[in-house]
Ligand binder design. Structure first.
Ligand code: SF4
Length: 324
């Protein structure tokens, strides 16, 4: 997905891998030889339920997600998750716990425990924030995350840096005051926390908007903000909401506030790197359509099925599936 990322130029990098150092090889996956990216990941869905109502949410459009029948029995869900991780463990995938809204799933603590038990590194934790400051078994969810090693890239979604606009666009009330509390906890405990924004016509849709959004959160001591395009869904026309990020990226080259530093050639992304005040800005452009043989991501769906992901969506169910 094409992305613009602002991060702190003076602290250690937060990526779990370097885009310029990559490799892929044929590896056996469930009895079949498949070409797998050395930086592959698994997205774990505790549930598809989310309390927010973002108009751009892929879960409302994708057929594999819409037709998913969630396992109700927790024990069966955890059994299937363990089987999936056992199947993929030799690939050392990094983990995204996503959804739905993961912080309000009653399965969240157990899932974190299972990921830790398998020794897998978390890559990102996308959330709308709702449950981060809730107490589970007497402790803040953030504290559980810290204790279980979920400290990388806690990505909090916002559609606007203005509370009332965000509430209107996402349908939830997680305020900037709450975000400040989360940021303080993360900064004190060296957890990487960033604000993530999907561009769309009724929210953030221009370079000036991006800058205002980034500057606002920098003042709250949040040093990383990330902006993405809406995921494209075949046969679904979302033109009235869609914002093309490419012209915004191109603007950086002629804007004197941005100084171009270098270009990085990744396997999957071409990354232009700029300096903006005290931040580093990276523009990630996809080099290919994500329809090649190479597997970058797997998905564990809440019905216990394991898929290969394409374009951040479950796409191909693993053949000879573990559930059969
Ligand atoms: S917060 Fe995320 S999962 Fe929830 S509706 Fe918005 S985009 Fe979808």
């Amino acid at each position: 997905m094409n992305t613009i990322k602002f991060s702190d130029g003076y602290s250690l990098k937060t990526e779990t891998h370097n885009v310029e150092i990559y490799d892929s090889q044929y590896i056996e996956v469930n009895g079949k030889s498949r070409l797998v990216d050395s930086h592959c990941s698994i997205m774990i869905y505790p549930s598809l339920y989310c309390n927010a109502k973002c108009a751009f949410c892929i879960n409302h459009f994708d057929e594999n997600i819409k037709s998913c029948k969630e396992i109700e029995d927790d024990n069966l869900y955890f059994l299937k998750l363990r089987e999936a991780l056992k199947l993929l463990k030799h690939l050392k995938p990094t983990v995204h716990i996503c959804g739905g809204e993961p912080t309000i799933s009653h399965r969240i603590l157990s899932i974190m425990g299972i990921v830790k038990e398998f020794g897998l590194l978390n890559r990102s934790f996308p959330t709308n924030g709702t449950g981060l400051l809730k107490r589970y078994e007497g402790k803040l969810l953030l504290q559980h995350m810290l204790e279980n090693g979920l400290t990388n890239n806690i990505n909090l979604s916002r559609s606007s840096h203005i509370d009332k606009n965000n509430q209107k666009l996402m349908g939830i009330c997680f305020t900037n005051k709450d975000i400040e509390t989360v940021a303080t906890f993360c900064n004190v405990n060296h957890m990487s926390f960033r604000i993530s924004c999907v561009l769309h016509k009724f929210g953030i849709d221009s370079l000036e908007d991006l800058i205002s959004f980034h500057e606002y959160y920098r003042k709250l001591n949040i040093k990383s903000t990330i902006f993405r395009e809406m995921v494209k869904v075949p046969k679904v026309n979302r033109k009235e909401k869609f914002v093309d990020i490419e012209p915004i990226m191109n603007q950086l080259d002629s804007d004197s506030r941005f100084e171009k530093i270098r270009t990085m050639q990744g396997e999957y992304y071409l990354v232009n790197v700029y300096r903006y005040k005290e931040s580093i800005v990276k523009c990630y452009r996809e080099k290919f359509k994500d329809d090649r043989e190479l597997i970058r991501d797997f998905v564990f769906m809440p019905d216990g099925e394991v898929y290969i992901a394409r374009n951040n969506k479950p796409n191909e169910r693993l053949l000879g599936d573990i559930n059969e």
